[in-house]
Design a protein around this ligand. Sequence first.
Ligand code: NAP
Ligand code: ZN
Length: 346
Amino acid sequence: MIATKGYAAQSPTSDLAPWNFERREVGPHDVQIEIQYCGVCHSDLHQIKDEWFPGIFPMVPGHEIVGKIIKVGDHVKKFAVGELAGVGCMVDSCGECGNCKDGLEQYCEVGNVQTYNNLGKDGLPTYGGYSNTIVVKEEFVLHVSDKLSLPAVAPLLCAGITTYSPLRFWKVGKGHKLAVLGLGGLGHMAVKWGVAFGADVTVLSTSPSKKEDAEKLGAHHFVVTTNEEQVAAVKGSFDFILDTVSAPHDFDFYLSLLKTNGIQICVGAPPEPMKINQGSLLGGRKSIAGSGIGGIAETQEMLDYCAEHNIVSDIELIDIKDIHNAYDRMVKGDVRYRFVIDIATL
Ligand code: NAP
Ligand code: ZN
């Protein structure tokens, strides 16, 4: 077994603290990565606080992982020691169902294995990237370009692919008015994609102080959702709303901003079920849709696109001991725009 250092929550009410544990030995199809950086996703906070479902504790969060490959199994073909690599939200899936065969491992019909807070096929808990090393099956490891700033690549593994995938699926681009709801980790990546794909991008935000940043990210318009005048000006105007909000919010209100046939795509995962008046949908043939991360091939496509177009996340690099301060700021919406842990500080 491989001795591993990490940061774990021992229960949903305890703070994260140093915790030593063991990872499996590198098998013939495995890659071992020395983790250098790990992004901090709002899903980490939802899960260590048991906001979605009862979690598996001790829990080592983290699914935006990048680092250097330090060992590969005998049968590994696509990776070599010394290369950079990334791991996102999944580390395994059945590989045989229709969705897995279609490259949609995130929708594996028997359930994929999440990078942490899940049980692997061996029945043992999985532990995430707030740790110094990880062993992952080759098929779930991604190639990372050395042309990009490595800490700023980490958030692409979740925030990046989660927003890239739906915009590609719905072919959002030229001629579309896209609203990005919530300018946090996911939202700021959604703005970058929307702009890169040629859409007219509006940020819908509760934080007036983010206007200048939104413009720097390339957004064409910025609407403070508590400002009645600004909201009135965009009523019934959007083809798509990409909803990245992490807390309960008023769907009827946001649906009113869509034009006829508009689609609100939910990627945010608030702890409570959504409430919608059907009238908000049928009065304009509107839809609410959802999307979960992205498949492995599409994640690689996105990382390659980033290397080609020089796209990374805007990050604040933090010491792991400052993780609770980062969580507090994230809950307040004060994220600019993804915290990334420097794992050397572990
Ligand atoms: P984040 O960085 O905290 O960003 C969320 C943003 O939503 C905030 O910065 C804030 O932006 C806005 N917001 C927060 N509370 C709000 C409220 N009550 N009403 C309106 N807006 C509010 O979080 P994240 O890491 O981007 O994650 C966002 C959500 O996506 C989380 O629920 C996470 O679990 C989920 N997620 C889903 C997937 C998936 O596969 N679908 C993958 C990753 C994450 P403003 O200041 O601009 O208002
Ligand atoms: Zn995430």
